[in-house]
Design a protein around this ligand. Structure first.
Ligand SMILES: [Ca+2]
Length: 374
């Protein structure tokens, strides 16, 4: 396949080619979803406009972009995947066992042994403990086993141009991806990722890559596919930038069975404090002071709700992926890996299970591995 380098346009106006016939044809085909992967037509009106826009904004030559998009494919499987995220409906006691499995815990301890230097360097630089770094990468991609099978550019372009509900977000990420590929010296057709374009072991979206990825081993490249120093340093940096506090806990198991929960809601926000939750009658143990920010975490399980109290570091993990269940699973997996590698019995996990409330609570926020938090 032809590989087109993306070069910065030296001087002169962007070359815009009028294609009235192609524009009319592409509009007529707008709603026709191909059954099989199909190359994009760079002359399609919206793609032509996108190429013109990113060219003008970032100084790309039009011709290499036209040649590039002629090799990009719209994938029906990607459209099917984004329309039906199966995890959205899982309860916590269905979600947690997907991640807290023996093989994942054992692999986490093994990766710690193999990549201890990279982990400790990242932990020292960012203040994020090694087990949390392992927990994120373990939940995201099973330590690199499931980095995704789609070409990133196919995923982003399919959702940018053939999935109108999220087109603004994915056009933005596609734009970021093109700039990223040029900055990093990558062939834009080469990287693979999830159906939503999340990349590498930590599943960074292109905008997160550009903003938060770190060259952990100072070899001049940020490689989130192969370079474990870069992977762990980037995850740590992401959490640090999003408020991680070194030395503080993530969460505490809580007993809210006799608490006043009126008006608490289920927002992913530090709306309470250690003191205010205790004043409501929520029982939990922490060394954090009464004025430390906190939130009540209500995880739906069969027959009731499991409560936890999340602190500032819990909130930081939800910036990676905006879900109570995601942050709870990362924390539990981190605890399990930490116990395993230090020869301790696995923590029981979870908090107290309270009876189901008489009034049904709002549905869980659900989760999305790749498109919301990164
Ligand atoms: Ca590197």
């Amino acid at each position: 396949m032809t590989r087109q380098p993306l070069t910065r346009r030296a001087t002169g106006p962007l070359r815009c080619i009028a294609r009235p016939f192609a524009v009319a044809l592409s509009l007529a085909l707008w709603h026709a979803q191909p059954a099989h992967a199909q190359a994009f037509d760079p002359a399609r009106a919206d793609i032509d406009a996108f190429i013109a826009s990113v060219g003008k904004k970032h100084g790309f030559e039009a011709e290499p972009l036209v040649a590039l998009f002629a090799q990009v494919e719209s994938k029906p499987a990607i459209l099917q995947a984004i329309a039906k995220p199966a995890e959205r409906t899982l309860a916590w006691d269905e979600y947690r066992p997907r991640f807290l499995i023996e093989r994942r815990i054992a692999r986490g301890a093994e990766v710690h042994g193999l990549k201890q230097a990279e982990l400790e360097q990242a932990a020292t630089a960012t203040g994020v403990p090694v087990d949390i770094l392992l927990g994120i990468v373990g939940v995201e991609t099973f330590f690199g086993e499931n980095v995704g099978k789609y070409r990133v550019i196919d995923a982003l372009a399919t959702l940018a141009f053939d999935y109108p509900p999220r087109q603004a977000f994915f056009r933005g990420e596609l734009e970021q991806y093109l700039v990223m590929a040029r900055e990093e010296g990558l062939d834009p057709l080469a990287p693979v990722g999830s159906y939503a374009g999340a990349m590498g072991l930590p599943q960074f979206m292109p905008s997160s890559f550009r903003n938060y990825a770190v060259d952990g081993d100072a070899d001049g490249k940020r490689d989130l596919w192969n370079d474990w120093a870069d992977v762990f340093s980037s995850v740590g940096n992401y959490l640090k930038v999003h408020g991680w506090r070194a030395g503080e806990p993530v969460l505490a198991a809580a007993d809210a069975s006799s608490a006043n929960l009126e008006g608490l809601g289920e927002k992913l926000a530090l709306t309470e404090t250690v003191g205010s939750l205790r004043a409501r009658g929520v029982r939990f143990e922490t060394s954090l002071p009464a004025d430390a920010p906190a939130m009540l975490v209500a995880l739906k399980v069969a027959g009731g709700t499991e409560y936890r109290v999340g602190f500032t570091n819990f909130y930081a993990i939800t910036r990676y992926n905006r879900s109570h269940m995601y942050a709870s699973a990362v924390s539990d997996l981190a605890d399990a890996i930490g116990a395993r590698r230090s020869g301790q019995p696995l923590p029981a996990g979870g908090g107290y299970v309270a009876p189901a409330p008489t009034k049904p609570a709002a549905p869980s926020t659900g989760w999305s591995t790749t498109t919301s938090g990164t």
